[in-house]
Design a binder for this molecule. Structure first.
Ligand code: ZN
Ligand code: ZN
Length: 138
């Protein structure tokens, strides 16, 4: 999988090129992601040098003190998450044009996951506390 990846929203008003850090997807089961995605979030980390075509169609929503979420104003596709103070930038895995080499690396906020679904992969599952400890936020 090359480092440069392209993707878009459903209506293609927003198209992007990003430098992904790996083919690893993290799955977030937190309550904010549940609301925003309508289910768990599947995201892939990238560098902040993303190139966005159709940026005027992109709306940023500040979902927490540090996090901002970007979506297409025309079709509502959830595209980006950034937490600049934590140095984190990510795109939603499902909006990438090429998803065939993606692998799940980790699940976070597993203690917030509703019980009606489960993933079958063997990736590590971190609770909110373990995750915050992992990123040095406690
Ligand atoms: Zn769109
Ligand atoms: Zn989340």
């Amino acid at each position: 999988m090359s480092n440069k990846q392209t993707g878009s929203c459903l209506c293609k008003s927003v198209q992007y090129e990003v430098t992904v850090e790996s083919n690893k997807v993290h799955v977030c089961h937190c309550g904010i992601c549940q609301k925003w995605h309508g289910g768990p979030a599947l995201a892939i980390s990238c560098k902040p040098d993303w190139n966005i075509d159709g940026e005027s169609n992109l709306t940023w929503y500040k979902s927490s003190e540090h996090g901002q979420r970007g979506f297409c104003s025309k079709c509502g596709t959830n595209l980006f998450f950034k937490a600049p103070t934590a140095g984190y930038y990510g795109v939603t895995a499902g909006t990438l044009d090429n998803q065939k080499d993606l692998e799940i690396e980790t699940h976070i906020f597993i203690d917030k996951k509703p019980s009606y679904y489960d993933f079958t992969d063997k990736a590590p599952r971190l609770t909110e506390h373990e995750f915050l400890e992992h990123i040095g936020a406690t």
